[in-house]
Design a protein around this ligand. Structure first.
Ligand SMILES: *Cc1c(COP(=O)(O)O)cnc(C)c1O
Length: 374
């Protein structure tokens, strides 16, 4: 069986380091809001290139808290509009509707699967307050044009960086320092769900930002709305990163760049060797700008391809089978026509992708795909 993602094997590489980190927390007697979280927040902010990192309970909460903080700060109000790609994972959209804000769905570019920056400006209205870009599949969604639109209409730029830790925006000018996704806008939400490129051993997330006030409000909101014990400025929630997850993330962050390199090797192998007239491969113009959280291909005979691979012991997944506007929870959108989003949802297959796939496994996957017929 060639697994889609062998988490056991990934974490086994760091087993001794992880176990001693967890032991340290167990022995410390201190399990929340302690030194491990503080040190992870510093390490991750340095890595991403922002002034602040606030650890929270998961990626959805990271995004919810950014928007909630903007509401508390009087920058957004109920009913305001947030532009978001129509083909994102539903959590990006849940974060918006949970705050009684209105998601405005914009189609992706079929070549990159990222929000189509040519369609954003016409989606802006009087009530638009932000663009939430999603670095989907691990590929940078930011473009200079998106930056200009935010400036022109005075919009906040929020990044959903759940799938793209370590990804680099490389259209920077000479002499500029390296800019990573998560540092490109006003604030970014990160998920450390176990299956993400930087994955904890349970739920975990973070917000990164350069904005002092925003960081302070989010930190308070995530701790019942309190910044001093038993004094509550906001009706907040409980969304904290715990010490054990932070200790594990401190270990795994050190290995993230090496993991990304291995993912690049897998992607390069697929791109160089998969040759099939009915399969559309990802279009990679800049390798730095993709960390291959997923390796998405498209095939009109997607279901047949998946069945064939599964019959031959290769696991694949679909990201994602039903687009948000076709979900029961958003039944108001049922009649919306988003043909590019729908095409992606009908044709996408994600091939096995991780840092621990062997050459033999990759060879097998490629051979099978190249011999696919229906
Ligand atoms: C995983 C994911 C989230 C949510 O993160 P959780 O930690 O699972 O809450 C949000 N957005 C995207 C694009 C994701 O892939």
């Amino acid at each position: 069986m060639i697994k889609f993602l062998d988490l056991q094997k990934i974490n086994a590489q760091y087993k001794d380091e992880i176990k001693s980190a967890i032991d340290r927390v167990v022995d410390s007697g201190w399990y929340l809001l302690g030194d491990e979280v503080k040190s992870f927040e510093k390490n991750y902010a340095d890595y991403i290139g922002t002034k602040h990192c606030v650890g929270v309970a998961n990626g959805l909460d990271a995004l919810r808290l950014i928007l909630r903080a903007y509401i508390e700060m009087g920058i957004m109000n109920e009913g305001d509009e947030i532009i978001v790609p129509a083909n994102t994972y539903i959590a990006s959209i849940l974060a918006i509707t949970d705050n009684h804000l209105k998601p405005v769905l914009v189609e992706p570019d079929i070549r990159t699967y990222q929000i189509d920056d040519r369609l954003i400006e016409s989606a802006v209205t009087e009530r638009t307050k932000a663009i939430m870009i999603v670095h989907l599949y691990g590929q940078c969604a930011y473009t200079e044009k998106i930056g200009f639109i935010c400036e022109k209409f005075n919009l906040k730029l929020i990044e959903d960086n759940a799938q793209a830790h370590g990804c680099i925006y490389s259209e920077q000018r000479k002499g500029e320092k390296l800019r990573r996704t998560g540092s490109l806008g006003d604030a970014a939400g990160h998920s450390f769900y176990p299956g993400k490129n930087l994955g904890a051993l349970g739920d975990a997330g973070a917000v990164t930002t350069d904005n002092d006030e925003l960081a302070k409000v989010i930190r308070s909101l995530a701790n019942y709305g309190s910044s001093r014990k038993y004094v509550f400025d906001y009706a907040g929630l409980n969304s904290r990163l715990d010490e054990i997850q932070a200790a594990v993330l401190n270990v795994k962050l050190k290995h993230l760049d090496a993991e990304i390199k291995q993912r690049h090797n897998v992607a390069r192998y697929y791109i160089e060797n998969i040759k099939h007239p009915d399969i559309v491969m990802p279009n990679i113009s800049d390798w730095n700008a993709h960390v291959f959280h997923l390796f998405p291909i498209r095939c009109e005979k997607r279901d047949e391809l998946r069945q064939y691979l599964s019959d031959n012991y290769v696991q694949t997944l679909i990201h994602y089978p039903i687009p948000p506007h076709k979900q029961k929870c958003y039944s108001d959108w049922e009649k919306m026509s988003l043909p590019i989003t729908e095409k992606i949802h009908q044709e996408e297959v994600s091939l096995p992708m991780s840092s621990v796939l062997t050459e033999k496994e990759l060879f097998l996957v490629v051979e099978l795909i190249n011999n696919f017929s229906y």
